[in-house]
Design a protein around this ligand. Structure first.
Ligand SMILES: *[C@@H]1O[C@H](CO)[C@@H](O)[C@H](O)[C@H]1NC(C)=O
Ligand SMILES: *[C@@H]1O[C@H](CO)[C@@H](O)[C@H](O)[C@H]1NC(C)=O
Ligand SMILES: *[C@@H]1O[C@H](CO)[C@@H](O)[C@H](O)[C@H]1NC(C)=O
Length: 420
């Protein structure tokens, strides 16, 4: 009996491009050809053959790049089902929150809603439950060991800083000597600061944050530009601090909240490509151009054999008006997403990443955030006179982004899929 199976562009289930752990297979776009069933029997059991078949069948995506990684779950019959982590719902869980922000020097006061007078606690006791699986509760010691000697870098706006703070606070629960965790320049966390680097000295672990709200480089208005142009955003040039992001093991980007008319045009910021000013360029077009600049930079500069690259999608906000001045933070999450599960920013991110020639994983958090009108800082911030329905309380929603990130780092059985 002669059987030939040929799987073009088979995506395996191992964590592609993850540099954590030893001996992980680099398996992007492999072609497997099994020439005879005899050979197969010789090299493995029938079970592994069935498993390979199931993986191959489920994860055969011949035309476009997978950008959202799912879990592969083997069920009682030995079949593999896949689970998209970003499809699901929030369920109450008394085991949360994961830490007390008042005990974590890296949770900034502005996000510590409890310390700022929020008295209901329900918002910190929800767990994200993907439809077809659970995100495994991680073991903080195991995570710290896995991250030993590594450098994790967050790049983006204040939502990136929140995720950076959340990760540090989560990991600090596993460190006895809190003094062994410190900011390398003894800097305090402020809103404008360009760089913050926290060292976990017992683990030789660095967790850094770079503020780069647009990812591309701002510059002065070119000569003879109209008066209203105060600053230009050079869509074809990546932020000049980007060279500091290269030497990293895990690199997590975001951008989105600043790409609005009120934060650009109304402040005199306009777009520039090469030497020419693009006064009429729509924001969505500009965002796509900036992301393409970012994508080429990753392809050129990042060794994805070492560095795992992530891009987080738009973090849903819950303003009640376009002017972003009013909003109401509720006690409970919404039961549905009310249209907030989609965002043009997220769509652009997914489309750009999908066309890249190196593996980048999208953390597609838009949908999970959409339910969480209860979890914003509201008036429990460092400036209670201004409502805030963009940022999140800590502990809270950003912890879940990190749990998903950590599960990607810890689990061997990840697969890729194109679902959104
Ligand atoms: C196991 O997975 C297969 C393939 O997805 C499915 O058809 C089957 O119903 C599952 N079995 C159980 C017990 O869940
Ligand atoms: C956090 O710890 C502080 C003391 O360190 C305590 O006063 C506060 O009640 C705790 N917060 C929560 C939400 O348990
Ligand atoms: C990454 O690994 C692949 C496969 O092992 C190898 O072909 C490639 O040259 C490596 N790239 C770099 C930049 O080291």
């Amino acid at each position: 009996m002669e059987m030939v199976f040929s799987f073009a562009k088979l995506k395996l289930f191992s964590p592609r491009g993850l540099s954590l752990g030893n001996g992980i297979i680099k398996d992007h776009c492999k072609i497997w050809i099994f020439h005879s069933i005899n050979g197969l029997v010789a090299i493995g059991s029938l079970t592994s053959f069935i498993l390979a078949m199931a993986y191959a069948y489920l994860y055969l995506f011949p035309s476009s790049r997978p950008v959202i990684r799912s879990y592969g779950i083997s069920n009682s019959t030995g079949s593999i089902e896949k689970c998209n982590l970003f499809q699901g719902k929030w369920i109450p869980d008394e085991n949360y929150p994961l830490y007390n922000a008042s005990d974590c020097p890296f949770a900034e006061r502005g996000f510590n809603c409890f310390a700022n007078g929020r008295r209901d606690r329900g918002y910190s006791k929800w767990r994200w439950k993907p439809k077809d699986c659970d995100i495994p509760r991680f073991n903080v010691q195991a995570v710290l060991e896995k991250l030993r000697g590594k450098r994790v870098v967050f790049v983006g706006d204040s939502l990136s800083r929140t995720q950076w703070e959340s990760l540090i606070c989560i990991l600090m629960t596993g460190v006895d000597d809190k003094k062994s965790v410190y900011e390398v320049n003894k800097n305090k966390i402020t809103k404008q600061i360009r760089f913050l680097g926290v060292k976990f000295s017992s683990f030789d672990l660095r967790i850094d944050f770079y503020r780069s709200i647009f990812l591309v480089q701002p510059g002065p208005a070119p000569p003879r530009a109209p008066k209203r142009v105060k600053t230009t955003l050079r869509l074809d040039v990546l932020d000049d601090i980007s060279k500091e992001w290269i030497d990293s093991d895990i690199l997590i980007f975001n951008s989105g909240h600043w790409w609005t008319p009120s934060k650009l045009f109304e402040l005199g910021w306009y777009f520039q490509v090469d030497k020419s000013l693009k006064l009429g360029m729509p924001i969505n077009t500009a965002f796509r151009k900036a992301l393409n600049t970012w994508a080429s930079w990753v392809e050129k500069k990042i060794n994805t054999n070492r560095t795992s690259v992530f891009f987080r999608t738009f973090e849903a906000s819950h303003w009640s008006s376009r002017s972003r001045k009013t909003c109401k933070v509720t006690r409970r999450p919404w039961f549905s997403t009310r249209g907030k599960e989609r965002s043009p920013i997220s769509d652009t991110i997914i489309n750009v990443v999908r066309k890249m020639s190196v593996p980048v994983t999208v953390l597609h958090v838009t949908r999970m955030g959409a339910f969480r009108i209860d979890a914003h800082v509201g008036t429990w911030s460092d400036n209670p006179s201004v409502k805030d329905c963009s940022h999140w309380c800590l502990p809270g929603v950003p912890d879940m982004w990190n749990e998903i990130l950590l599960s990607y780092l810890m689990l061997p059985n990840l697969v890729s899929s194109n679902e959104q």
